[in-house]
Design a protein around this ligand. Sequence first.
Ligand SMILES: [Zn+2]
Ligand SMILES: [Zn+2]
Length: 74
Amino acid sequence: MICGFCGHEFDENESKHGCGGCPGGCHSVHCPRCNYKNPLEPAFIGKLKNLLQRKTSPGAKDAENSEDKKSKTS
Ligand SMILES: [Zn+2]
Ligand SMILES: [Zn+2]
């Protein structure tokens, strides 16, 4: 992840967990460079972002309009 303070990119698993300095237990990811307390991002949020970024292809409605309905009865 990328530190929200200094922009340093680091592996979430390499960061400090349980720094002992956060009240009520450490539930954040501390930047190894500036020790900024980044909020821990749940995994499902990343999946949601991927879903939002996925572009939906435009509908294939034109296939139905290829044939004109000739219902003229003389
Ligand atoms: Zn940082
Ligand atoms: Zn902490």
